[in-house]
Design a binder for this molecule. Structure first.
Ligand code: F6R
Length: 245
């Protein structure tokens, strides 16, 4: 694993954007795996800036987001599709039809999960996967568990996740209780991975996940087994690993 400690949140986003840009410049038809949440917003801001300066094009890029809340339509302001359009897709030249989030409202969610896996495979697999990390160590919505869930699946959200994400909703009861998410195998099949973490609330979990035991109770710990992972943290999230890297 490659660790980078950036001086702050914006620097973390800039470094990550350089990695994404290098991927897209060297392979213009790259398949990107994307994340939502507060963490990658500075990355997306920087990618939009690079695009607006004419330094990068998304003309032939495809993307697959990690997850979506069950029950939310793409037009819902709390859906992850809405988030991605708001922060990235509506400001760059990625083609409609080339970006994907799992759908949270089909009648048959299990069929949607299978279909999402198939679409990723048919696109040639993910070249570069962007990840955040939950306060409980989740990646995507792979919550702490007794086993690693392999493929895209429907999951119950952990109470810690609902608690952490309630800030985006009017009240805690409004946070969906289920999500559809890429599985651990889906994520591990990506050719390269960039995981971002920012803020002091992530310091302890970053240490446990990347310097501790590999176990499904801390899903992100499985990334220690991937051959091409870069972990970029800001100085606060890096506080408890800085002595070890
Ligand atoms: C988002 C996702 C989640 C988040 C994680 C951290 O698509 O899959 O795993 O990356 O919950 O969220 P933030 O960045 O809001 O702390």
């Amino acid at each position: 694993m490659n660790f980078i400690i950036a001086k702050d949140y914006e620097a973390m986003g800039r470094i990550a954007a350089n990695i994404v840009a290098a991927q897209v410049l060297t392979k213009p038809d790259s398949v990107l795996g994307l994340a939502t949440g507060s963490t990658p917003i500075s990355l997306y801001r920087e990618l939009v800036a690079l695009y607006k300066r004419g330094e990068i094009t998304f003309q032939n890029v495809k993307s697959f987001n990690l997850d979506e809340y069950v029950g939310l339509l793409p037009t819902d302001q709390n859906s992850y599709m809405y988030f991605m359009k708001y922060h990235l897709f509506d400001h760059i030249n990625i083609k409609e039809g080339n970006y994907h989030c799992p759908k949270g409202t089909p009648k048959d969610l299990h069929e949607e999960a299978k279909n999402y896996e198939r679409m990723i495979r048919d696109a040639g697999g993910i070249d570069l996967q962007v990840l955040g990390i939950g306060p409980n160590g989740h990646i995507g919505f792979n919550e702490p568990s007794m086993k690693f869930e392999k493929a895209t699946h429907i999951t119950d959200l952990d109470d810690k996740t609902i608690e952490a994400n309630k800030r985006f909703f009017d009240k805690k009861e409004d946070v969906p209780k289920k999500a559809i998410t890429m599985g651990i195998k889906t994520i591990m099949m990506a050719k390269s991975i960039v995981l971002l973490a920012s803020g002091s609330s992530k310091a302890e979990i970053v240490k446990q996940a990347f310097l501790g035991e590999i176990m499904p109770n801390i899903p992100a710990s499985v990334l220690q087994l991937h051959h091409n992972v870069t972990v970029i943290v800001d100085s606060e999230a890096g506080e408890s690993i800085k002595m070890h890297v």
